[in-house]
Design a protein around this ligand. Structure first.
Ligand SMILES: Nc1ncnc2c1ncn2[C@@H]1O[C@H](COP(=O)(O)OP(=O)(O)OP(=O)(O)O)[C@@H](O)[C@H]1O
Length: 460
């Protein structure tokens, strides 16, 4: 069990996140489709990978779990890896349409996870950890959605539900137009190739007793997929794609640095040519000097392989670099969601403001006049979250209404939604805000100018 309130109680769930089998389901899918791998010319080598400090030994047991987990079969084959450009591309280099309009790949609607807390011999449920409590968002093809918030606010649980490693307590997950919320694990299996997860810890996610070739190639073998030039060639192409030396096929994980191991994990994830990757804190275990390189790699791969990402991070600077849109979570709920630049330049929710004020600003001229907002106390227990606005116990703007009425997410400027009674950086009047909030709350969102909770006057 994770920290926070959950430490105090005994909880149960069908597929605990800590459970190896569940954890592995995502990587499980590491089964590349034949066509996707063999059809492509060998991709160009990435820009030189990092040489970060001496690698540390990997944790054996955890590595094994992840490795075993990687054996879950996927199905079928699908053509279509992108072309390697060999040129690092940031968000700046992308076409304007990326992450904007376009087809919705993933839709999450009112999704929630309440972990039951049981007591006594009969294990009666006495309470619930409300880890995620009704989150909604969409992710378009080719887009990167960043999911940020302090530890314990439900980011990982949301990611695991999207991957169907955890069964949601309520809400819906729609992937490519298909409701996958209640699909059995058996029926999910063919979808595993499309939905992949990158885990935080490159030290514990690779089996130290297997060579890189065996780790990355496991999926080919398990699926009995014959590649045109053999598994070795296909694996070497993947290694090259993530910027590793294909000649290192026979090396063991301990021979690589942390950043290189994360690249091995990424190669394993890519073997299936997934459509959606949930990356849970993909760089937070890495040396700071290496983080940017792995983030750049993820961006390159997204462009080349037409990937869509949900990137989970507590570090807003990482998300700022990689995300097109950012959703800020607090205690199981999304409190603000907006385009990246809009969110960073005009945060509306006080919580977002507080998080942003803690992000270091390298440019001294922009640092001036910028006050660090220090939030009081820890995130309250999701066992018994504060009523109404969950942030009111730590919010310097809170008034009585914040303790009594839950503010719904309301669009205060185009594409920018916030759930707050006293939003900042907006010119929406108090009257319009109240009207928009009640329209959402009452579910009467489709009349007149108040479409889906859109406020009458917006600031841009
Ligand atoms: N299997 C479980 N049983 C009971 N409670 C759980 C379980 N998994 C997570 N939780 C609790 O749910 C809440 C949300 O956890 P989650 O890991 O999703 O948050 P997070 O934002 O990803 O935090 P972190 O960055 O620390 O992983 C936490 O209070 C956590 O203790």
């Amino acid at each position: 069990m994770k920290g926070g309130s959950g430490d105090m109680v005994s909880t149960s769930d069908d597929k605990s996140p800590e459970e190896p089998a569940a954890r592995g389901g995502a990587e499980a899918g590491a089964v590349p489709e034949e066509a996707g791998v063999k059809a492509e010319a060998a991709p160009k080598t990435r820009p030189a990978p990092e040489d970060d400090p001496e690698p540390e030994p990997a944790s054996e047991s955890a590595s094994e779990s992840a490795s075993e987990a990687a054996s879950e079969p996927g199905a079928g084959s699908r053509a279509g890896a992108g072309k390697a450009s060999g040129v690092p591309l940031g968000k700046e280099a992308r076409s304007a349409g990326d992450g904007g309009g376009g087809e919705v790949l993933l839709e999450v609607d009112g999704l929630g996870k309440h972990f039951p807390v049981t007591a006594g011999v009969l294990r009666r449920q006495v309470a619930a950890v409300k880890a995620v409590d009704g989150v909604s968002f969409t992710v378009r093809k080719g887009e990167t959605l960043g999911l940020v918030g302090e530890s314990g606010c439900g980011k990982t649980t949301t990611g695991r539900m999207i991957m169907r490693l955890l069964d949601p307590s309520f809400g819906r997950i729609v992937f490519e137009g298909r409701d996958i919320t209640k699909l059995s694990q058996k029926r999910m299996r063919p979808l595993r190739r499309d939905l992949q997860m990158i885990f935080q810890d490159p030290y514990s996610s690779l089996n130290p007793r297997q060579t890189v070739g065996a780790i990355v190639g496991a999926a080919f073998r398990l699926q009995k997929i014959q590649t045109e030039q053999g598994v070795k060639k296909a694996v070497q192409e993947l290694l090259e794609l993530v910027g590793l030396n294909p000649e290192h096929y026979n090396r063991y994980p301990h021979e690589f640095s942390g950043g290189q191991r994360q690249r091995i994990g990424i190669a394993r994830t890519l073997a299936l040519r997934p459509k959606l990757i949930v990356a849970d804190e993909p760089v937070s275990a890495l040396d700071v000097s290496v983080q940017a390189q792995v983030v750049n790699l993820l961006e390159d791969l997204q462009d080349e392989l037409d990937l869509t990402y949900v990137v989970i991070a507590h570090d807003l600077s990482v998300v700022r670099h990689i995300a097109d849109r950012v959703a800020v979570m607090y205690l199981g709920k999304i409190v603000e969601i907006a385009d990246r630049d809009d969110l960073y330049e005009r945060p509306m929710h006080p919580y977002t403001n507080a998080l942003l004020s803690a992000v270091p600003v390298p440019d001294p001229s922009r640092r001036e006049g910028r006050d660090r907002i220090r939030l009081q106390g820890d995130v309250p227990s999701p066992l018994d979250p504060p009523p109404a606005c969950r942030f009111h116990t730590r919010c310097w703007k809170a008034q009585d209404i914040c303790k009594q009425v839950e503010p719904p997410l309301v669009e205060l400027s185009p594409g920018h939604q916030a759930a707050c009674h006293f939003p900042e950086n907006t010119t929406v009047s108090a009257t319009d805000l109240v009207a928009a909030q009640s329209a959402v709350t009452k579910g009467a969102a489709d009349s007149g100018t108040l479409k889906k909770g859109k406020a009458d006057s917006v600031d841009d």
